[in-house]
Design a protein around this ligand. Structure first.
Ligand SMILES: Nc1ncnc2c1ncn2[C@@H]1O[C@H](COP(=O)(O)OP(=O)(O)OP(=O)(O)O)[C@@H](O)[C@H]1O
Length: 395
């Protein structure tokens, strides 16, 4: 929803404002690049203007641009605005025009903020709210409605931001993901199985500005083509949040290793396979200059994810392993997957064979796992990582 003559989208970002000038400028530049790429990916046009602590996209496609900005990491909210002179009469006119077009019943409110030196305006924000409120009231009467004001819980809200030289009128603050602009941190490798949890985990790192290099470990006969297709689909959805950033999917062929582990190991099989995955991810991270690994694990969610077993898998790599779902309940992770759009692909029935043993170890010791696993496990992981295939992913 936007004013009928909206000419720009006002994009707000959160944490960037508290950084030093130098860091803030770099992050704002990255945010502008990312929004530009997002517009290109959606065939939208607009001129980006960076101002201190906010950014404007001047556009004649306000609806699409608002949605694109609200899908960009680092953005806290976006509003399609109509820009007017910073005079009370211009603001009142814009409020009236917007109410005439967008009001569809219920109680209303006008919320105003005024910034800049006091002498810039001969009126206060309260004046904007009361005079603007009167203008909206009259429009509703003209429309045949019964005007009512509810400042706490309005059905219809109009906003005004009045600056020294111009004012913006809008009727929606569309929430963005928040976080930091993607590309403002060093990358990490994301182990993406295509299940519900790992795409959400990768998304969370991306939200904090961290590019991810997605890696899928192909389990051979224990996985299958549907299992791999599921991983590809979820990575495509992740890539839609990251135009301009390469999310090509690396595929490690682990078919022989999984067959070997399944035939020769019992209760420790899954832990050893996880250690193989982390070692493979580490090899790719070193090659690609990535500084960590992200997984979808949550403490206690599966036998391989008990606190004892996570300690054992962690020991397979010297890189930090990020587990942003660690303390999050499954229902919450699932809701998150629905919100970001990965859920449907994650729940495609892959009909894959399960690698997990019927009685998995839940309290493993590193010594026992080391003694049981093949001596050349990490060497094989490195070779498989080197020989990986890469599937290009469109963003
Ligand atoms: N085949 C795979 N390829 C890449 N990473 C994997 C694979 N299987 C598991 N992982 C990584 O190990 C973590 C824990 O494995 P788990 O068995 O819980 O995965 P899952 O249930 O198949 O998928 P998810 O954790 O995404 O819901 C995953 O979140 C993921 O980061």
């Amino acid at each position: 929803m936007h004013p009928p003559d909206a000419d720009s989208v006002l994009v707000r970002h959160g944490e960037l404002g508290v950084k030093s000038d130098q860091v803030r400028r770099k992050m704002e530049d990255q945010l502008a690049d990312n929004i530009r790429a997002m517009l290109d990916a959606r065939a939208l046009s607009g001129d980006i203007e960076q101002r201190r602590n906010r950014l404007f996209v001047h556009t004649d496609q306000p609806e699409g641009v608002t949605a694109a900005a609200a899908d960009t990491f680092g953005v806290t909210s976006a509003s399609a605005v109509t820009t007017v002179d910073s005079t009370l009469s211009a603001i009142k006119d814009a409020l009236a025009v917007t109410a005439r077009e967008q009001y569809d019943g219920g109680a209303f409110a006008v919320s105003a903020r005024r910034a800049g030196p006091a002498e810039a305006h001969p009126f206060s924000s309260t004046d904007i709210e009361s005079d603007g409120g009167t203008a909206v009231w009259e429009v509703i009467e003209e429309l045949g409605g019964e005007p009512a004001v509810d400042l706490d819980n309005p059905d219809f809200e109009l906003f005004v931001e009045c600056r020294a030289d111009e004012a913006y009128v809008f009727c929606e603050k569309r929430a963005g993901p928040g976080g930091l602009p993607l590309g403002t941190q060093r990358p990490v490798v994301a182990l993406v199985s295509g299940g519900i949890d790992s795409p959400v985990a990768a998304w969370k790192l991306m939200k904090r500005g961290t590019p991810v290099l997605p890696v899928y470990v192909d389990l051979g006969d224990y996985g299958g083509s549907d299992h791999r297709a599921r991983a590809v689909s979820t990575v495509e959805t992740l890539a839609s949040y990251a135009p301009g950033h390469d999310l090509s999917l690396s595929v490690i062929d682990a078919g022989d290793v999984v067959t070997d582990l399944s035939q020769n190991l019992g209760s420790l099989r899954m832990l050893v396979l996880r250690r193989f995955m982390l070692a493979g991810a580490e090899a790719i991270a070193h090659e690609c200059d990535a500084v960590g690994i992200v997984t979808g694990e949550a403490i206690g969610q599966k036998s391989s994810q008990t606190s004892a077993n996570i300690a054992v898998t962690d020991a397979a790599t010297t890189l930090p392993v990020y587990r942003p779902n660690l303390t999050v309940d499954k229902s919450e992770i699932t809701n998150h997957a629905r919100t970001i759009g990965t859920f449907d692909d994650s729940t495609i029935d892959t009909g894959c064979n399960r690698v997990a043993p019927s009685h998995p170890e839940t309290n493993a010791s590193l010594e026992a796992v080391r003694a049981a696993e093949p001596d050349d496990l990490f060497e094989r992981a490195k070779v498989c990582a080197q020989d990986r295939a890469v599937i290009p992913i469109e963003s």
